[in-house]
Design a protein around this ligand. Sequence first.
Ligand SMILES: [Zn+2]
Ligand SMILES: [Zn+2]
Length: 344
Amino acid sequence: MRPEDILVPTPAGVCCKPGGFHIDPTRPVERALITHAHSDHARAGHGAVLATRETLDLMRLRYGDNFAGTTQAIAYGDSLELGGVTVTFHPAGHVLGSAQIAVAAGGLKIVASGDYKTIADPTCAPFELVPCDVFITEATFALPVFRHGDPDAEIAKLLRSIALFPERAHLVGAYSLGKAQRLIALIRRAGYDAPIYLHGAMDGITRYYESRGTGLGELRLARGASKPNLAGTITICPPSALNDLWTRRFPDPLAAFASGWMRVRARARQQGVALPLVISDHADWDGLTATIAATGAGEIWVTHGQEDALVHWCGTRGLKARPLDIVGYGDEDEPSADTGEAEP
Ligand SMILES: [Zn+2]
Ligand SMILES: [Zn+2]
């Protein structure tokens, strides 16, 4: 049996013909297995959706009750037979509910990682290494220049800035699903216990995280606060809001942005970010290469980002590698990616 007998890459996502499903399809299909709830992976309009409970709940929050014909929840570690193929979901460490999907048949195992990171995140289950024959990896930060470093050191920068400029409001751009909640949890872990303010677009998802047991301390909506009261506070907002009229309600706002792209100084400057924070929910170069090696896979399929460098690296290690040309996966670390919902 060849890997392509189990999974075929198509422009709309990888397709399992014997199992009758696609993984993270970018177009509506009959049956979709979804790795996580970011909107480029989890789209509305599929006939049937199989995903973790959290992913299904988050999709419902974003798209409404009728986002799919039918839904089925699967827990981490549980397996399901689909047309002679066994699928198993394993934690991906990316955001709440995120999963790698293992597809096995005829003694061959392929793992579709979706997006993943291997460093600890207080808001989701840790990445699980799944030994396999073929590993489908993301490549968002697949260049040696991307080394994310220690997120706690980035949080310390933010807290130092607040101490230095107690009269200014600190606005931190962060993707609404995952990054925002992780940022709040990291800020709490650093000992900051004042209320943290939220842009209205991230309220629903953040409350959902709390309902699943993530303690985030006292949160308030920024729109309920008066301008003088926002001096010296932290507000988390979608990155797109940083350059918005919305910022006028804050006293002397200082723009921060939490993203893996903040490693690139020119990018921070270009986007008017005074305080770049290198915090990413994707594996960096070391994380990607270490994970690929650790899976023991002899063949690597690379998707979703800077495929070339990683394909080349695989070649130098004697691994068979190919880029998958799937159109439609975005990058939630980009400031333009997250429009959230408009704040009422
Ligand atoms: Zn993602
Ligand atoms: Zn992605």
